[in-house]
Structures are given as structure tokens and as C-alpha cells.
Design a protein around this ligand. Structure first.
Ligand SMILES: *[C@@H]1O[C@H](CO)[C@@H](O)[C@H](O)[C@H]1NC(C)=O
Ligand SMILES: *[C@@H]1O[C@H](CO)[C@@H](O)[C@H](O)[C@H]1NC(C)=O
Ligand SMILES: *[C@@H]1O[C@H](CO)[C@@H](O)[C@H](O)[C@H]1NC(C)=O
Ligand SMILES: *[C@@H]1O[C@H](CO)[C@@H](O)[C@H](O)[C@H]1NC(C)=O
Ligand SMILES: *[C@@H]1O[C@H](CO)[C@@H](O)[C@H](O)[C@H]1NC(C)=O
Ligand SMILES: *[C@@H]1O[C@H](CO)[C@@H](O)[C@H](O)[C@H]1NC(C)=O
Ligand SMILES: *[C@@H]1O[C@H](CO)[C@@H](O)[C@H](O)[C@H]1NC(C)=O
Ligand SMILES: *[C@@H]1O[C@H](CO)[C@@H](O)[C@H](O)[C@H]1NC(C)=O
Ligand SMILES: *[C@@H]1O[C@H](CO)[C@@H](O)[C@H](O)[C@H]1NC(C)=O
Ligand SMILES: *[C@@H]1O[C@H](CO)[C@@H](O)[C@H](O)[C@H]1NC(C)=O
Ligand SMILES: *[C@@H]1O[C@H](CO)[C@@H](O)[C@H](O)[C@H]1NC(C)=O
Ligand SMILES: *[C@@H]1O[C@H](CO)[C@@H](O)[C@H](O)[C@H]1NC(C)=O
Length: 659
């Protein structure tokens, strides 16, 4: 609390010396200044330190001892030496800056022809200079005409419906506010990305937006947070940022050197602290690593690398990288690169699911990569899917050190998909073999742990259900146990983007193992006693069954309390997705339906009669019938199934299960 007398004194000082507004007939002359009502910002005439000849109208922080300009009105038409400037509100609601000869140097051009009583130009505590009508409407504001700085709550238009693109323009030099070469803003040719230009050439590019449109960037020791947001106002995108209450002064600016900086005022050291600046890495500037090269931020000294399957084209990376093996149209596969900054020059394909996006790329011979993001989790309601595909070259790619970034699916010729990096192969063969040995050892440990774990479950299971299962059969499960770490990698840590479906006690994810092998991974919910039974039931049963109308189990994983089943991946999902979808049901013509029905019947016949075991499925429904690429049906989900013993003809169930 400020003691009352001090407060009065302060108010007196503020209101006597300077006001926060200009009105008709009360102009601002050289030497005067406006101070916002809370004393945060000031507006007035200034001359840069080393060029006292010219003077400008600017806004600066009133309380910060180091003079810092956040906005300049007449940056390209200064008041020259010997002349006195005057900033006045005219009777048609324009702010006009004129010199002593009376010539106009700068104006807001509000173009309001009739006089409106009560209009004022007011400097707000946010740093915004507004021309306000008596009823509170702003007819002009400096936040819409940024120079080189973005202040909290100030929106920078990245792309608008009427194709207006806001840009920051850096100063020409440390003491020269005239418009410099560097500028920053939304890319008008490709929505979804922000670029810094040097003149007309891109100098640095930010990765395309991936749905994480809000990001907290800075948290100081005192707990203040700066969060950067991309907001959508009716289809127009704005970059803005907010700071938490009690934060020090913060600003984002394009420095005259082309650096995009996030700064906070440190009261203790009495200086601006840079907490983020871009470009930061030596290889980070635009297309530095050439086509198919990328700036690898995970290296101790960041440097250019080629994607695996590529080799440097030329002595250094100035020409980028070339494929070791040429692509054959329609051949090859996709390799998943994680944590990537997406390349430039993409084609934005609207309204696609992940699978449709992959399809979009794989069926187009000139497509070299794709990336997909689902923006559902963003705070805004834009189109939910963001499918990007690249035709031919990939330029300006990077790999982030901190694990941010997204998956890039890169097309490679068949035999390149699986190859290890050339470094391991050529330079360090000894290391490579050591590594392989270590891997084998790890896999062995993992496997024996998994085996032990599954034994435990089996034992528990057989104790409880001796009637249902024969322990001698359980012992020889001939299925590979898959390392949990591999599954985490394959599913991108069970990313929601990879989720194929949700069930009662399991979620199903799409996974991609090395070599582009696609699988479906069923993850049983943790700590569900029922889940454990279903798990063992399924592993033991399906391992013994082989029929082309039954889904194939490729492996399993039991790791701590995680229980996972790895199946072949069936691109057409389940039958119910077709039957009950208004448009997709027409894909099922009568001959296809008949084929599906026959396939299910064959699968059932096999289960009931022809397999070595006699099995009833007990949960047969459309959602448990999966379809492969040729629409062949495959029965899945054996969690509920029961084995009949030998020639038993009937059995009793104790529980009511399934549908
Ligand atoms: C400004 O001028 C002073 C002396 O004239 C010089 O020492 C200083 O380096 C100059 N500063 C800049 C940023 O040019
Ligand atoms: C506006 O001001 C100009 C001079 O400043 C004057 O000539 C003009 O008559 C005024 N217009 C109105 C509508 O008051
Ligand atoms: C305002 O009027 C001037 C000249 O009359 C014109 O050049 C300018 O484009 C107008 N501005 C707007 C925003 O209408
Ligand atoms: C505006 O002010 C002028 C003079 O103060 C007055 O003559 C006029 O009626 C006012 N107009 C309105 C719309 O209030
Ligand atoms: C304020 O007045 C202006 C002009 O008289 C009008 O266009 C605007 O709609 C008014 N705004 C509000 C909020 O009443
Ligand atoms: C910016 O462009 C100018 C001329 O186009 C060039 O001289 C300068 O080196 C460029 N700056 C950087 C950092 O690349
Ligand atoms: C900043 O430091 C000055 C003295 O160095 C002190 O008077 C002032 O209260 C401090 N402001 C804040 C916000 O901590
Ligand atoms: C400033 O100093 C105070 C006490 O000396 C400390 O608590 C505070 O964290 C410092 N603030 C910053 C931004 O360093
Ligand atoms: C710049 O990159 C280095 C790593 O190369 C990192 O440690 C540092 O925090 C980054 N600085 C900024 C301001 O982003
Ligand atoms: C690559 O080499 C060429 C000539 O050998 C040189 O001019 C160029 O600067 C080099 N580029 C990089 C990125 O090292
Ligand atoms: C998106 O695609 C679906 C079908 O795939 C269609 O029903 C929908 O109308 C499309 N939406 C837009 C905005 O094109
Ligand atoms: C590949 O996709 C691009 C962009 O969608 C399209 O222009 C091109 O015609 C496609 N090429 C083929 C062979 O389909």
C-alpha cells in the first residue's frame, strides 16, 4: 500500500507534469511527453543516442532506466535538425505529426470527415496508443501498426481472411530506428509458419504449427510465466503472448541483427535478459544444410547431417545430400524420424486422417515425406487435421535437442529403410559390433524377464482357472516377447495420434517398427485383474491358432504391470466402421459382403472344429472382425474365448461376458 499523502503527491506529479492523452487543441510539442495513467509507458520526442540530428515520436518504458523504445511513429520520416515537431489531434480525429514548416511527417489517416466531439489520443498502460471516441470505440491503435516489438496482449496478424500480414521490421542499426532489412511475420505463401526474412530472402523459419498452439516459454525463479499463443479469430491467425501477474516487463522483438528475441527486465542487474533467441544454432539459419540435410541440434556441437539413406552431395553440405539409392515409383517404404522441425515448401492437404495422409503421400510418386498433426488438443477450433506432404526436395529441416518437434515420415528406397547410419558402418565397425552384442544382451535380459513375468501370470491364471486351461500347453508359447522400450518407440510413447481404438479394458495403438513395419498394439489397462486373464488367454490361444481368417498375433510384452499384444496391422479397421458409416457402407457391395460373411464362417468353423483346440469365441461382433487391405475378414479379440476340452460337447459359464 502506498501511504495516502505519497499517493496524492504522486498523482500531482503525474497530472501536473504530463497527461496520458492528447485532445483537440492540446498538442504535444518537443520536450513534452505523455505518461500512461499507471506510469508504465511514456510517449514523446526522442533522438537516438548517436544521431542527435534526427528526432522521432516513440513509446518507451517509463520506469526502466535503460531507455527502450517499443514503438516509433515516424521511423522513416524523422524531424530533421533545427526543426521542432508537433503531434496534434485534428478536428477530424487524425493524429498528425508536423514539423515547424508545417509539413506533415506522419498521420494516422483515420479519414473521418465529420468532427466527433470528445475524441482523444490516449497512451494506455499496455503500451498501446489509441485514438478513442467518447463512447469508448478505438478508431486507431498503435498495436495494429507494430514496428519491431510485440508487447504482452498485442496481436501480430500472421494471416488474415483479407490477406493482411502483419510484420515486424527491425531497426537499421543499434541507434537507427529506420526500417531495416530484417522482417518477421507469417508466411503468405504457406499458412502455418513464421519466417524471418533478410530483405526478400528467408533467413530463419519456425517449424509449421503442429497443434500445440499455446506454449509456455519462460518461467522465472519468481514464478512468472510467458506463454505464447497463436489465436484464431474467425479464421485469421494472430501471434500473441501473455504474462502472468506480477511478472517483470517482457517483450518480444526483432533485433537489428535479425535475431528474434524474448526479453525480460531484470530489476536486480538493471538490464534486459534474453531468454530465447532465434536463430540460435550455427546450422539453424534457413536451408543452411541444403536439400535433404538437416541441422542436428542433438549433437554436442550442432551440425549438418544427412538423413539415413542419404549421403553428402559434394565435399561439405553446401549442396545438401543425395539418396544412396534412387526411388522406384511405387516401391520403398517410410522411415519415421522423430523430434523433427518440419521442412519448408510443403503442400497442406486439408481434412485428412492420419491414414489418409499417409495414403496421400504413398500413392504420389513425387511425394518424399509427410507429417501429420491433430490439432484437437489446441485451445482453438480450427480444422482438426493438419496433413503436410512434401514433393521432391526437403529443405530447412532440423532435429530439436529438447525432444520437441514432430514425426516426419520420410520415403526411402526398399533396401535403405532398414540400414544403420553410415557412421556406424564405415567409421566404427568395432563399436558397431560391440553395440550389437550389447543389444543382443539387452534383448535377452528383456526376453527372459518377459518370459518370467508371463510365467508368473500363467501360474496365477492356472491356479484360478484349472478347468479352463491346461498348464502343460501354456508352457510352450512360441511367440516372441517384444521389448517394452521398442513398443514405446514404435507408438511414439503411446501418442494419442497413434490411437486406433479404445475398448473396455484396452486401448489399441498403431505402431511402426524399424523398417516401416506397421503393427497394431493392444495395451491392456493397468491393474485390471480381468485384463490379466484376457491377456494370458489371448496369448496362449492365438499362439496356437493359424488361419487366414483369424488375426495374427506377432508378439507380446509383459513389463512390470504393462501387458501388451502386438498384432498384424489391418489398414481397413473393423467391419462395424463400414457397416454403420453413412458413406463407407456403400464400399460393401453384395459380393464383398458375401465374401466377408464366408470368411467369418470359415474362421468360426476352424475355431469350432478344425483347429487342434476347440474354441468358442463368445464375443463375436462386427467390431471384432477386422478387414485387411483386400477386405478379407479376420476375427480378433480372443479375450473372452473358451477352450473346450477334447470331445466335450457342452460347458457351463459362470459369468456373463461380452455383448
Ligand atoms: C556512440 O558513439 C560513441 C562515441 O561517439 C561510441 O563510443 C559508441 O560506440 C557509439 N555507439 C554505437 C552503438 O554506435
Ligand atoms: C478543422 O480544422 C481546420 C484547421 O485546423 C479548419 O480549417 C476547419 O474548418 C476545421 N473543420 C471543422 C469541421 O471544424
Ligand atoms: C485516407 O485518405 C487518403 C487521402 O484522402 C487515402 O490516400 C488513404 O488511402 C485513405 N485511407 C483509408 C484507410 O481509407
Ligand atoms: C460538439 O461540440 C460543439 C462545440 O463544443 C457543439 O457546438 C456541438 O453541438 C457538439 N456536437 C455534438 C454532436 O455533441
Ligand atoms: C461509437 O460511436 C461511433 C461513431 O459515432 C459508432 O460507429 C460506434 O458504433 C459507437 N460504438 C459503440 C460501442 O456504441
Ligand atoms: C543479409 O542480406 C545481405 C544482402 O542481401 C547480405 O549481405 C547479408 O550477409 C545477409 N545477412 C545474413 C546474416 O545472412
Ligand atoms: C527494482 O529495484 C529498485 C532498486 O534497485 C527498487 O527500488 C524497486 O522497488 C525494484 N522494483 C521491483 C519491482 O522489484
Ligand atoms: C532479485 O534479487 C532478489 C533478492 O536479492 C531475488 O529474490 C530475486 O529472485 C532476484 N530476481 C531476479 C530476476 O534475479
Ligand atoms: C541456444 O542454444 C544453446 C545450445 O546450443 C542453448 O544451451 C541455449 O539455451 C540457447 N539459447 C537461447 C537463448 O535459446
Ligand atoms: C562448402 O565448401 C565450399 C567450397 O569448397 C565453400 O565455399 C562453402 O563455404 C562451404 N560451405 C560450408 C557450409 O562449409
Ligand atoms: C472432410 O471429409 C469428410 C469425409 O472424409 C467430409 O464428410 C467432410 O465434409 C469434409 N470436411 C470438409 C470441411 O471438407
Ligand atoms: C502429387 O501431389 C501433388 C500435390 O497434391 C499434385 O500436384 C501432383 O499432381 C501429384 N502427382 C501425382 C502423380 O499424383
Amino acid at each position: 500500500m502506498i501511504p495516502l499523502p505519497v499517493f496524492i503527491l504522486l498523482s500531482l506529479v503525474c497530472f501536473c507534469e504530463s497527461d496520458d492523452r492528447l485532445t483537440l487543441g492540446k498538442p504535444l510539442s518537443t520536450g513534452d511527453k505523455l505518461v500512461s495513467s499507471g506510469g508504465v509507458f511514456a510517449l514523446g520526442f526522442f533522438s537516438p543516442k548517436n544521431s542527435t540530428a534526427n528526432s522521432y515520436i516513440g513509446i518507451w518504458y517509463n520506469k526502466i532506466p535503460e531507455r527502450t523504445y517499443v514503438w516509433v511513429a515516424n521511423r522513416d520520416s524523422p524531424i530533421t535538425s533545427g526543426s521542432a515537431g508537433k503531434l496534434a489531434l485534428t478536428n477530424n480525429s487524425d493524429l498528425v505529426l508536423s514539423d515547424s514548416k508545417g509539413s506533415t511527417l506522419w498521420t494516422t489517416m483515420n479519414n473521418i470527415t465529420s468532427r466527433i466531439n470528445g475524441t482523444a489520443a490516449i497512451l494506455l498502460d499496455s503500451g498501446n496508443l489509441v485514438v478513442r471516441l467518447l463512447n469508448g470505440t478505438y478508431i486507431w491503435q498503435s498495436f495494429n501498426y507494430p514496428t519491431d516489438t510485440i508487447l504482452p496482449d498485442m496481436p501480430l496478424a500472421l494471416s488474415t481472411n483479407d490477406h493482411l500480414y502483419g510484420r515486424l521490421f527491425a531497426w537499421s542499426g543499434p541507434d537507427d530506428p529506420t526500417t531495416g532489412d530484417y522482417s518477421m511475420g507469417g508466411d503468405s505463401s504457406l499458412d502455418l509458419q513464421v519466417i524471418i526474412w533478410n530483405g526478400t530472402r528467408p533467413y530463419w523459419r519456425r517449424s509449421a504449427w503442429d497443434g500445440a498452439l499455446v506454449s509456455a516459454l519462460y518461467q522465472s525463479s519468481t514464478g512468472s510465466i510467458l506463454s505464447q499463443t497463436i489465436v484464431n479469430r474467425g479464421g485469421s491467425f494472430y501471434l500473441t503472448f501473455t504474462v502472468s501477474d506480477g511478472s517483470p516487463s517482457m517483450r518480444i522483438m526483432l533485433h537489428y541483427t535479425g535475431m528474434f528475441k524474448f526479453l525480460a527486465w531484470n530489476n536486480n542487474s538493471s538490464s534486459w535478459e534474453v531468454f530465447i533467441q532465434q536463430p540460435n544454432l550455427s546450422c539453424d539459419s534457413y536451408a543452411y544444410c541444403g536439400p535433404f540435410g538437416y541441422c542436428d541440434g542433438t549433437e554436442t556441437v550442432p551440425k549438418c547431417n544427412c538423413f539415413s539413406g542419404f549421403e553428402p552431395d559434394g565435399v561439405n553440405f553446401s549442396q545438401g545430400c543425395r539418396r544412396k539409392e534412387e526411388l522406384v515409383c511405387g516401391g520403398g517404404g517410410f522411415s519415421t524420424l522423430s523430434g523433427m522441425k518440419t521442412p519448408d515448401k510443403f503442400v497442406y492437404v486439408r481434412n485428412r486422417s492420419f491414414d489418409e495422409c499417409a495414403e496421400e503421400c504413398s500413392r504420389n510418386c513425387s511425394c518424399s515425406a509427410y507429417a501429420y498433426a491433430n490439432q484437437k488438443n489446441g485451445s482453438i477450433t480450427v480444422e482438426q487435421s493438419r496433413c503436410l506432404i512434401w514433393l521432391d526436395e526437403l529443405v530447412d529441416t532440423g532435429k530439436f535437442r529438447d525432444g520437441s518437434g514432430e514425426n516426419l515420415y520420410l520415403r526411402l528406397a526398399g533396401s535403405s529403410v532398414d540400414k544403420e547410419s553410415s557412421v556406424l558402418k564405415v567409421v566404427l565397425p568395432v563399436m558397431a559390433s560391440l553395440l550389437i552384442l550389447a543389444c543382443i544382451f539387452l534383448v535377452w535380459i528383456c526376453k527372459s524377464r518377459g518370459k518370467r513375468r508371463i510365467k508368473e501370470i500363467q501360474n496365477r491364471h492356472t491356479q484360478q482357472h484349472t478347468k479352463n486351461s491346461k498348464s502343460d500347453e501354456l508352457d510352450n508359447v512360441e511367440l516372441p516377447s517384444i521389448c517394452f522400450e521398442d513398443i514405446v518407440t514404435a507408438t511414439d510413447n503411446f501418442s494419442v495420434y497413434n490411437m486406433l481404438g479404445k475398448g473396455g479394458f484396452a486401448n489399441v495403438y498403431k505402431g511402426m517398427f524399424g523398417g516401416g513395419k506397421e503393427v497394431a498394439i493392444k495395451r491392456l489397462s493397468k491393474g485390471s485383474g480381468q485384463g490379466a486373464d484376457e491377456f494370458i488367454n489371448e496369448v496362449v490361444l492365438i499362439a496356437k491358432l493359424q488361419h487366414r481368417n483369424l488375426v495374427r498375433l506377432l508378439g507380446y510384452c509383459a513389463h512390470e504391470d504393462e501387458k501388451l499384444l502386438v498384432y498384424e496391422y489391418l489398414p481397413n479397421k473393423s467391419l462395424d466402421a463400414f457397416l454403420f458409416d453413412a458413406t463407407k457402407k456403400y464400399v460393401l457391395d453384395w459380393s464383398t459382403r458375401f465374401r466377408v460373411i464366408k470368411g467369418i464362417a470359415r474362421g468360426l468353423l476352424y475355431l469350432h472344429q478344425d483347429s487342434r483346440l476347440t474354441i468358442i469365441h463368445r464375443d463375436l461382433k462386427a467390431s471384432n472382425v477386422l478387414l485387411d487391405a483386400e477386405m478379407n475378414p479376420k476375427i480378433s479379440d480372443f479375450g473372452m474365448a473358451r477352450i473346450f476340452l477334447g470331445n466335450e460337447q457342452q460347458t457351463n459359464t459362470i459369468r456373463v461376458v461380452g455383448t
